[in-house]
Ligand binder design. Structure first.
Ligand code: AMP
Length: 293
């Protein structure tokens, strides 16, 4: 496949080719299977690339809807960023093509679907499971930040699960490739750090905050600053009104890690490599990076 070059067994591109011979894809290259889900701008199907027989997810987006919502620029950025990332915990974007009405994204297939649904089913995760996911995400974010990519929208809805139970960050719609500090407001309020809620400059440390929010949600089943009114969530975020409910019972080490990530001053948040060295991660995360249900 055109864009892919580095080979990783678990998410290798179908019909791998060299960068010099970039392939032009079309719908004829795929057998289309069952629908996997519906997004805001179109549908996602499981598909098989005919030449390699590799299973992929084909995301079909309607140009008209993209235009109406003025997200064409965002989509271009998402494709540009995601297609260049190669990490076991980041969903591969192998390539794209389009016809008159639609844009097609060729994505790595995440066989176990959305993490969000699994969290809804379980209500909350065990510490072992939560720590394994947090460690995977920390490693993926270290990789992204090393390439000057900030995700800015880490939340359960944007996480998929691969066939082995490995977490995959999907949806780079709000990500930016940056060397500078940013001021743009984006993402869902619940996961946003104070500096983004207040629209002041922000940098890669925004992802540490979101990881803290996510760690809390894995363990308690709800995000930490949830409130009925938007304005209350806003206030709770900027005051860092962090409370740990008595149930489910959670270790003090887990609370310690969350408290070190959810720090208002972004420069004082626990750096991601230190997250990986935190005793709660060391004691609980599965070293294979995979949580098997
Ligand atoms: P989206 O448009 O990205 O929100 O996708 C809609 C739904 O399709 C998601 O909620 C998933 O259930 C499913 N889906 C999207 N991408 C994939 C993928 N790469 N592998 C498996 N399922 C996916």
């Amino acid at each position: 496949m055109g864009i892919a070059t580095e080979s990783q067994q678990e998410n290798k591109a179908p019909s791998e080719s060299t960068a010099a011979e970039k392939k032009r894809w079309s719908l004829n290259d795929f057998d289309i299977g069952k629908p996997l889900g519906r997004g805001k701008f179109g549908h996602v199907y499981v598909a098989r690339e005919k030449k390699s027989s590799q299973i992929v997810a084909l995301k079909v987006l309607f140009k008209e809807q993209l235009k109406q919502s003025q997200v064409e620029h965002q989509l271009r950025r998402e494709v540009e960023i995601q297609s260049h990332l190669r990490h076991p915990n980041i969903l591969r974007l192998y390539g794209y093509f389009y016809d008159q009405k639609r844009v097609y994204l060729i994505l790595e297939y995440a066989a176990k679907g959305e993490l969000y649904k699994q969290l809804q089913n379980c209500k909350y995760f065990s510490e072992r499971r939560a720590a394994t996911y947090v460690a995977s995400l920390a490693r993926a974010l270290i990789y992204c930040h090393g390439k000057h990519v900030i995700h800015r929208d880490i939340k359960p809805e944007n996480l998929l699960v691969g066939a082995q139970g490995e977490l995959k960050i999907a949806d780079f719609g709000w990500s930016v490739h940056t060397f500078n500090r940013r001021r743009t407001m984006c993402g869902t309020l619940d996961y946003l750090p104070p500096e983004m809620v207040e629209s002041v400059e922000h940098d890669a440390n925004v992802d540490i905050w979101s990881l803290g929010v996510l760690c809390y949600e894995f363990l308690y089943g709800v995000p930490p600053f949830e409130a009925k009114e938007h304005s209350d969530t806003y206030r709770r975020i900027i005051q860092v009104d962090l409370k740990f409910p008595p149930r489910p019972i959670t270790s003090s080490a887990a609370k310690d890690l969350i408290s070190r990530m959810l720090v208002k001053d972004s420069s004082q948040r626990l750096p991601l490599h230190k997250v990986l060295e935190h005793p709660w991660i060391i004691q609980n995360a599965d070293p294979s990076g995979v949580y098997k249900c």
